[in-house]
Design a protein around this ligand. Structure first.
Ligand SMILES: Nc1ncnc2c1ncn2[C@@H]1O[C@H](COP(=O)(O)OP(=O)(O)OP(=O)(O)O)[C@@H](O)[C@H]1O
Ligand SMILES: [Mg+2]
Length: 624
């Protein structure tokens, strides 16, 4: 940047004015006599980090804006503008481009501050106090009044200049995101900053999309940008691990539904673990009963324990053991049962092969064996197992006869070319859910393995609403680690931000953030390392209703704020039951304020405290 100026150069006014001064000059010609020396010295005082920018008009791209660069500190650029002339928004991207070379920076607005002339004086004071002789000299040259010095520059005037005019100026604090190369491409920012002779342009949405949103022919339309342009992401970049989070009621499930419906539309097979019956009213999958032709892609609702029951063999040994331990079967007994089940399953396989038709193994069969003392050798263990088997039978998730069992794989085939199986877990007890979901996850894994084997690669997209309520931490970690290898894509939708494991956050390919007003939650999310904490604090703490921040592979790591698409004509409502019915039209309620933060959010735990309070009649089932 500009070198340290000599006193002679300062006296000659060799350095151009910093932009704020020129703003002031434009507004008050009477200030002309007072500013040059002050500003030039100020420029030097800041070690040359002041960049002058002329807001000239340009024929290139969009119009050059009436914005001046105030200063650059680290990766933060401060821009001065008149809000009456420029309508800037938090999250908006700007291009600060050198006139000469066409090289520049892409910056994104993080927040706004009010600019006043005395604020510059305060900056001088700060520097002077820190021992900067140039700042001290600048202050001496200004001949500041004792009152001004006493209150740190908050006076009504400096050097006879009225501040009231400048109070209308604003400073946009922007983060430097990318370097703009002379050929128009964006590159990772390497610390370079432009000369003082720059112009500021808005970055058109199309340009931002071209640079940050790579569309490979599978666009999913999720909403609109701040300027109202459709916001589309590439299906391929959505794959693998996604986290949708935000405070309660911020629109997480709504965004998940938007993504789900777009995926369905593009022919993706999807599964939703629906804990609150929120997805069951989405448009149904419709098939012509005569031709088998799909008339409309949509959802197939399956209710666990009702029209979704499984046989023991379909359920699988490991999920069954998980279920038994959730119901309190001690580990030693579980090992004995596991061994016996392997034996029984092998016998069933043999019978099946011999008969040449499926052999159905039911829960009643196990109960019978335990009653006869033939399940495991030890009678006490037999009894312990029997009581659990009876409790599990009551959940209704096991079929008693072959026709009662739903072939999950056959259901999956219905939606393999576009559609969603919505698995309603709402009626299952807290404990039963764990084993049931694990059994389904095993089947999903097998489906993925087969897709790989066949080379067809139609891998499912699985939506987990509040996964901590039915999947153990270990299982979540296993899913996250293995999904890349088996082709699975997951969406974890939760408001228990503190409960999101760091390992899961770090493996996230995309973050979808809605309003998160609590600073410690934001800090936790920042561990994903998809962007810096400062960016998250600036954006998600203040996200407007129905707006989301997308970050990750879908945006090449560039934070993009968008308004989630409204799903017109689609019933997105869950089935929350109310006692009181509204009799008057009420104004919309604001989102929950930080002051009313629930205790469970800050426990830093896994959400189990909430689970325990909600399901207090159950014991802590451990992390099986
Ligand atoms: N983009 C949107 N457009 C229109 N309405 C929306 C939008 N997003 C959310 N809503 C509405 O706001 C309300 C809350 O949304 P939603 O249920 O998705 O929030 P949530 O974050 O999932 O809440 P919870 O934490 O309770 O699960 C719903 O009535 C929903 O219909
Ligand atoms: Mg929700």
């Amino acid at each position: 940047m500009c070198g340290r100026p000599t006193k002679e150069r300062l006296a000659e006014g060799a350095l151009p004015l910093p932009p704020l001064c020129r703003w002031v000059q434009r507004r008050d010609e009477s200030a002309r006599q007072n500013f040059p020396t002050f500003c030039a010295t100020l420029n030097a005082a800041n070690n040359g980090n002041w960049i002058g920018a002329r807001g000239t008009r340009s024929g290139i791209g969009d119009r050059a804006m009436g914005i001046e660069v105030y200063q650059v500190r680290g990766d933060i650029m401060e821009l001065v503008f008149d809000p009456r002339e420029e309508d800037l928004r938090v999250g908006e991207s700007l291009c600060v481009r050198e006139k000469e070379t066409g090289r520049g920076l892409i910056v994104q607005i993080m927040e706004f501050r009010t600019a006043t002339y005395p604020s510059m004086t305060r900056e001088l004071l700060r520097l002077a106090l820190a021992g900067n002789e140039w700042a001290a000299e600048a202050l001496r040259q200004q001949d500041l009044s004792p009152e001004l010095l006493a209150n740190g520059g908050a006076s009504d005037g400096v050097n006879g200049l009225k501040v009231s005019e400048e109070r209308n100026l604003k400073i946009a604090v922007a983060k430097i995101r990318r370097t703009l190369l002379s050929n128009g491409e964006w590159d990772q920012w390497d610390g370079w900053i432009p000369h003082r002779d720059v112009e500021v342009f808005p970055v058109p949405d199309d340009e931002m999309f071209q640079q940050c949103v790579e569309l490979l022919g599978n666009p999913l339309e999720l909403g609109y940008t701040l300027r109202g342009k459709p916001f589309r992401v590439e299906g391929r970049h959505l794959e693998k691990i996604n986290i949708i989070t935000g405070v309660k009621g911020s629109g997480k499930s709504y965004l998940a539904k938007v993504i789900l419906l777009e995926l369905i539309e593009r022919g993706a097979p999807c599964l939703v673990f629906d804990i609150n019956r929120e997805y069951i009213h989405l448009p149904r999958h419709a098939v012509d009963p005569f031709t088998g032709k799909v008339l409309q892609r949509g959802i197939v609702p399956l209710k666990a324990g009702e029209n979704l029951k499984m046989g023991l063999r379909q359920f699988g040994i490991q999920p069954f053991i998980t279920l038994m331990t959730k119901y309190g079967l001690p580990e030693v007994s579980a090992v004995q049962l596991e061994n016996r089940l392997y034996q029984l399953f092998a016998e069933a396989d043999a019978i099946e092969r011999k008969r040449g038709r499926p052999y159905f193994l039911s829960l009643d069969h196990l109960i019978e064996l335990s009653e006869q003392g033939q399940l495991v050798p030890n009678e006490v263990v037999n009894n312990a197992i029997r009581t659990r088997l009876q409790a599990i039978k009551n959940t209704g998730i096991f079929a008693s006869y072959p026709n009662e069992a739903v072939d999950f794989r056959r259901e999956y085939q219905k939606i393999r070319d576009g559609g969603a199986l919505v698995i309603d877990l709402s009626d299952l007890s807290y404990l039963a859910r764990f084993g049931f979901v694990q059994a389904l996850l095993e089947i999903i894994r097998e489906i993925c393995d087969e897709e790989i084997l066949l080379g067809t690669n139609r891998f499912p997209f699985v939506f987990f609403e509040e996964a901590h309520l039915y999947i153990s931490r270990n299982t979540i970690s296993a899913i996250v680690t293995r999904s890349r290898h088996i082709g699975l894509t997951c969406f974890f939708i939760t408001n228990m931000i503190g409960g999101l494991d760091e390992s899961v956050l770090r493996q996230a390919d995309n973050l979808w953030l809605l309003n998160v007003p609590f600073e410690d939650d934001v800090r936790h999310i920042a561990k994903s390392a998809l962007t810096d904490e400062q960016t998250l604090l600036s954006y998600v703490k203040r996200l407007k209703r129905y707006h989301a921040l997308a970050l990750g592979n879908v945006t090449k790591g560039y934070p993009i704020i968008f308004r989630v698409k409204p799903l017109k004509g689609i019933n997105t409502a869950g089935e929350t039951k109310y006692f009181f019915q509204p009799t008057a039209t009420l104004p919309e309620l604001p989102l929950r304020s930080p002051e009313t933060r629930p205790q469970t959010q800050s426990n830093g735990g896994d959400g189990s405290s909430q689970s325990r309070s909600l399901f207090g009649e159950f014991f802590d089932g451990g992390d099986g």
